[in-house]
Design a protein around this ligand. Structure first.
Ligand SMILES: [Mg+2]
Length: 234
């Protein structure tokens, strides 16, 4: 990977451990949206991607890699409350933002990690299907925001995954070629985004929702256990 000049990271499942960060709050949000009814909560969780046997989220499902707006609409539909998606979204978003403030669980010491990558001359960005505010909030909490050259959410204006707009915006704003961008993510959507945006490399990690085989099937160039192994392969 001699020509890598920029690294674009997914957030949840990549910088932050997915299940340790989101498992408890997703269950709590579903229960709140289901008005405290555990059976209905389970219906909307399984209907949006939770495997009832393993408790894991299916790769590529809305709950694993959709936006909160998508999930809110789906939960509204599953509950037969089609016109209440906006209200459900606000309820969920509030709980998720609180979680970001109180304790998204990073995979490693993010400022130290980003600092070492920057010392190598790399431009660094985050591309997430969370909101831009959600991303900034989580990164601020770990004093990692200043380490990043680019932070993009689903609502920033560069499109959504698996489209390639976030990759192209990152490359454009950094003044580098998309082919010199390496994308790092835990979901098939990240790998597809890398391809759609013309990124040079797509690296999968296993701290999120997808098994190794799924990431390789979608065309990841390499799959590593976590971002802790990234420096060794760049
Ligand atoms: Mg992810």
């Amino acid at each position: 990977m001699s020509n890598v000049r920029g690294v674009l990271f997914d957030k949840d499942g990549t910088l932050f451990d997915f299940y340790r960060t989101w498992g408890p709050v997703t269950e709590a949000a579903a229960l709140a949206v289901a008005q405290g009814d555990p059976a209905r909560a389970e219906i909307i969780l399984t209907g949006s991607g939770k495997d009832p046997e393993t408790g894991r989220y299916r790769p590529g499902s809305p709950i694993a890699s959709g936006s909160n707006q998508e999930i809110a609409q789906l939960w509204a539909d599953l509950l037969g409350r089609h016109d209440e998606a906006g209200e459900i979204y606000r309820q969920m978003e509030g709980m998720f933002l609180d979680r970001q403030r109180q304790g998204a669980v990073p995979v490693l010491d993010l400022p130290a990690f980003f600092g070492r990558l920057r010392d190598r001359g790399l431009k660094l960005g985050v591309a997430t299907m969370d909101s831009e505010l959600g991303a900034v909030t989580a990164l601020d909490r770990y004093e990692a925001r200043a380490c990043l050259d680019f932070i993009c959410g689903f609502d920033t204006g560069h499109g959504v995954k698996p489209g390639g707009g976030m990759v192209q915006a990152f490359a454009r704003q950094m003044g580098i070629a998309a082919a010199d961008v390496t994308v790092v993510g835990d979901s098939p959507h990240d790998i597809e985004m890398a391809r759609a945006g013309g990124a040079g490399r797509a690296i999968g990690v296993l701290t999120g929702v997808s098994p190794r085989e799924a990431l390789l099937d979608y065309g990841a160039d390499i799959v590593i256990d976590s971002i802790a192994d990234l420096e060794a392969i760049l």
